[in-house]
Design a protein around this ligand. Sequence first.
Ligand SMILES: CC(C)(COP(=O)(O)OP(=O)(O)OC[C@H]1O[C@@H](n2cnc3c(N)ncnc32)[C@H](O)[C@@H]1OP(=O)(O)O)[C@@H](O)C(=O)NCCC(=O)NCCS
Length: 169
Amino acid sequence: MAFRIEPMAAADVARCVELEQLLFPEDDPWAAVAFHSELAGPHNRYITARDDQGRTLGYAGIALLGDRAHPEAEVHTIGVDPSCHRAGIGTLLLEALLVEADRRGGPVFLEVRTDNEPAIALYTKHGFHIIGLRKNYYHPSGADAYTMRRPALSGHRARHAGTPDEVLS
Ligand SMILES: CC(C)(COP(=O)(O)OP(=O)(O)OC[C@H]1O[C@@H](n2cnc3c(N)ncnc32)[C@H](O)[C@@H]1OP(=O)(O)O)[C@@H](O)C(=O)NCCC(=O)NCCS
C-alpha cells in the first residue's frame, strides 16, 4: 500500500487524539488542546501519513530550535496506528522530519521510554544514539526516558539533504 506524507491540519487533530489514546494510554496522551498548541508554534512542523483512501494512519512533529548559527531540532512525537505497525509508516514520518531538520543543519534530539524497543530501534536505525537517562520522565507512569541525539550531517550529505518544502508544504 502507498502512503503519503502531508502537513497536519486542524481537521486532523481529532484523529490524532484518537491515535494518542491508543498509543500512549499510560502516559497522559495529548488532548486536542496540546495538538492545537503545537500546530500554532511557529517553529514546529507537524505531519500526517495517509493511505490511498485518505485515512490518517500516523502523525509526527518536530521543533526547529536554536538560531542560524546554532540550529538544533527536537522530535516531539511520532505515532502510527497499531493496526499498521511495521509497514514502513514510522520510517516515512521520521525521515520527513529529518529532511526538515537537515535543511537547517544541527543535531536532532528526542526522548523515548527506556522500555520502548520498537521506537529505540527505529531511531537507532536513523543515526540516533543514547546520550542520557531522565529518571521518572513520563507521567503518570513514572517511566524513565533515554535522551537520544543524532549528530548534524556534515559535508556532502548536508548539502544534498532533501528540500522539505516538497514534502511539507
Ligand atoms: C515506533 C513506531 C512509530 C514505529 O512505527 P512503524 O510504522 O511500526 O515503523 P516501521 O515499520 O517504519 O519500522 C522501522 C524500523 O523500526 C524498528 N521497529 C519497528 N517496530 C519494531 C518492533 N516491534 N520491534 C523491533 N523493532 C521495531 C525496526 O528497526 C524497523 O525496521 P525493519 O522493519 O526493517 O526491521 C510505532 O511502533 C509506534 O507508533 N509506537 C507507539 C508510539 C511510540 O512509541 N512512539 C515513539 C515515542 S518516542
